[in-house]
Design a protein around this ligand. Structure first.
Ligand code: SF4
Length: 368
């Protein structure tokens, strides 16, 4: 019997960020005899959970992939040279080596790569689970991509049942889920939790929210920045996170270091984003590098850069073949909003965070 009704009863949604119904995706895959790509790339900034699934739950992951594929072929995608790729190869599985760039593990980029093309997102004219053609007219055979945690959860549902799965989380977001948490004292700590858990508890499992931290980043580069004062009482669920403009997305949390300038943190993220795209659309080729350069100028005290940053953030969304620039624009927008006071400091040519760090270093030197 097909696993689709069980997945539908359990209410499993994709754990890679889009949160689309897994039952609907798998039903479409079965209807078109689609090839399955299991995405274990952990493409989002700070993500570590899919590598964790491969490292700690590989047997169940393979069981889940076999059941979902229902006779169609299966490939496991992992960044080239990563421990995850090595583990998958050592287990004798078919591995798709993905260039270690941010957008290479985007769904349509993986499908392109799996079919001999470049690891670049493709314009979606119809869902690739039905097959189709890329922008050069090359035939794309039916392929479905599922995140590694999603496939592992499907195996758990098959083994323990839909009622077991629904006994975790909330009615809207049922089931256990993994979250990758980074703090100033620990990076990429993988926590098993469920929707409705207090965000503060998740942070505590990786060292907590230290005094003076300027913010928490929820959802990586496509996510949103929230103030520490918003964290107490905040729950890890989409309805509750919506209050602060965030969502559970790919399950990533990062506490900013109180010793760092928060605008400097954003500058590093934007510079990284500008170098990570496949550079095939205008917003990525020109818009992201320009945004990163203007943000750098703002951090350096160039007051004129502020208006340029605001204008570029407004121009980026909705112009690329994928939503990567949209996500980065949302991230930059939330940083402008949450760090408004700090932006004013930089526009006035100073930075209290750097001043505090310099004073503390001087104090340290004196003590020692
Ligand atoms: S928007 Fe950027 S990342 Fe997306 S396909 Fe175009 S160039 Fe690539």
């Amino acid at each position: 019997m097909t696993i689709v009704p069980l997945l539908a009863e359990a209410g499993l949604t994709g754990r890679g960020g889009a949160a689309f119904s897994t039952a609907t995706k798998v039903a479409a895959a079965h209807a078109h005899d689609a090839h399955l790509v299991v995405n274990a790339c952990d493409g989002e900034l700070g993500a570590a959970k899919d590598g964790w699934v491969v490292a700690h739950r590989l047997g169940e992951l393979v069981d889940g992939a076999t059941e979902i594929a229902a006779g169609a072929s299966v490939t496991y995608a992992a960044h080239r040279g990563s421990d995850t790729a090595l583990r998958l190869r050592a287990a004798g599985l078919r591995v798709l080596g993905v260039p270690p760039r941010y957008v290479s593990s985007e769904e349509s980029a993986l499908i392109s790569l799996a079919q001999g093309g470049l690891a670049r997102p493709m314009t979606k004219r119809q869902p690739f689970v039905r097959g189709g053609r890329d922008s050069e007219g090359r035939r794309i055979s039916p392929t479905v991509v599922l995140n590694a945690e999603t496939v592992w959860r499907a195996a758990q549902i098959s083994r323990h049942g839909a009622a077991w799965f629904r006994s975790f989380g909330t009615p809207e977001q049922p089931g256990p889920r993994l979250v990758s948490v980074s703090t100033p004292v620990a990076r990429g700590v993988v926590v098993e939790t469920a929707a409705g858990a207090p965000v503060a508890d998740l942070l505590d499992l990786a060292g907590g929210l230290p005094d003076g931290s300027p913010a928490v980043l929820l959802g990586g580069l496509g996510g949103a920045i929230v103030r520490p004062r918003d964290v107490p009482g905040l729950l890890w669920s989409d309805p509750d996170l919506a209050r602060v403009g965030a969502r559970t997305g790919p399950g990533v949390l990062e506490v900013l270091d109180p010793r760092d300038c928060p605008l400097g943190f954003v500058e590093r993220c934007l510079t990284w984003a500008a170098g990570e795209s496949a550079g095939q659309c205008g917003p990525c080729m020109f818009g992201l590098p320009a945004l990163a350069a203007d943000w750098r100028a703002l951090v350096g005290g160039d007051d004129t850069a502020y208006d340029r940053v605001r204008s570029r953030v407004g121009l980026l969304p909705g112009r690329g073949a994928c939503r990567f620039p949209d996500g980065v624009a949302g991230f930059a927008w939330s940083a402008l909003h949450v760090f408004a006071d700090h932006v004013e400091q930089h526009r006035a040519g100073r930075c209290d965070a750097v001043a505090a760090r310099t004073t503390s270093r001087r104090t340290d030197a004196h003590v020692h």
